[in-house]
Design a protein around this ligand. Structure first.
Ligand SMILES: C[S@@+](CC[C@H](N)C(=O)[O-])C[C@H]1O[C@@H](n2cnc3c(N)ncnc32)[C@H](O)[C@@H]1O
Length: 318
């Protein structure tokens, strides 16, 4: 936390704009004692706008009510719980440390403490998932009053215990549509392929910032930032980070990279993209897609009508 403080201080000093969103992530910020956050929040105060969205991720097991209350006092106004499921068998299968009872309690406590912008991550397309089970998870999150749900289909990542295992995930195309329809019926609007909010007010401004291609600072072990055409990666290994938190790996983005990223991010979310990113040949293709009712073009911006087709549409237009 001391290294993070020094690193963040320098990043904030180098940046000459006020910050409108903060996201404290990595899944388990709740495993750190709230007292250790005090200097960080004091530092941030001088650099963020009065209406900034400040999110912290929390693990249901370690997010005690004292910890949550302290976060509220520090100015956090959005909590994102890595719940994944309310089914104990599924939680065990996923190797999570919490059970359903604990997840419910953590969300209820956050509600009582006065957080009204709560996100709950739900994972689906795991082996043994059924529509009924997924429905129960989404229904429960809604019953608990969360205003935002991020629903991700399980992906097997290299370096995790699921990598190379069979019988862990399943085909997710039909399930994805089921999740979208179910959330719609529960009153959640899809504003990105995996993100749903009760109304605009509860959409994550921070997430939208990424998709709108706004610049962001990344501080901490494994953090990513992008300023202009430079994306930077802080060391992923804690020991390396502690020795040199500025041991940055840099990726220079070409105009073509930026164009493709803007198109892809725009098609995956309600943000859309500027049609002038396309040359004349591809603009014609976009008008064809509009005729087939696949996209909408409004005020020179292209909007996707079905986020599940984002990759296919991006391929067609590039
Ligand atoms: C966008 S977040 C999930 C957001 C969550 N579903 C919500 O609505 O609050 C996905 C993951 O990326 C991580 N993350 C977000 N911004 C990051 C950044 N700039 N650098 C590194 N990791 C980041 C978070 O810690 C989180 O585990």
């Amino acid at each position: 936390m001391e290294t993070l403080y020094e690193e963040l201080k320098q990043e904030l000093e180098n940046n000459n704009q006020k910050i409108s969103t903060v996201f404290i992530g990595g899944g388990t910020p709740s495993s750190i004692n709230y007292k250790d956050y005090e200097p960080i929040f004091k530092l941030l105060k001088g650099y963020i706008t009065d209406t900034a969205e400040v999110t912290i991720e929390a693990n249901p097991n370690s997010a005690s009510s004292d910890w949550l209350r302290a976060m509220k006092d520090f100015g956090v106004n959005r909590v994102s719980f890595g719940v994944q499921s309310f089914d104990d068998k599924k939680l065990e299968f996923l190797g999570r440390s919490h059970n359903s009872k604990r997840a419910i309690k953590a969300i209820q406590e956050a509600n009582c403490i006065g957080f009204n912008s709560i996100n709950c991550d739900i994972i689906y397309a795991c082996a043994n998932d059924t529509k009924e089970l997924i429905y129960q998870d989404l229904y429960m999150a809604n019953e608990l009053g969360v205003k935002h749900i991020s629903s991700y289909s399980l992906t097997l990542e290299e370096g995790t215990k699921f990598w190379n295992m069979t019988d862990v995930d399943m085909e997710d195309e039909e399930l994805s549509s089921f999740v979208i329809d179910t959330l719609q019926n529960l009153g959640f609007n899809q504003y990105e392929i995996s993100n749903f909010a009760k109304n605009n007010q509860f959409e994550s401004k921070h997430n939208l910032g990424y998709w709108e291609y706004k610049e962001y600072i990344g501080a901490g072990c494994g953090a990513v930032g992008r300023i202009g055409d430079t994306r930077y990666y802080k060391p992923k290994v804690l020991e390396e980070y502690l020795v040199n938190p500025f041991g940055i790996e840099i990726e220079k983005l070409t105009n073509e990279d930026i164009k493709i990223e803007k198109i892809l991010l725009g098609l995956r979310s309600k943000v859309g993209f500027d049609i002038n990113l396309l040359d004349d040949k591809f603009k014609q293709k976009a008008y064809e897609l509009e005729k087939c009712d696949k996209i909408k073009i409004d005020n020179n911006r292209v909007f996707n009508k079905n986020y599940l087709l984002a990759d296919e549409i991006a391929l067609y237009l590039s």
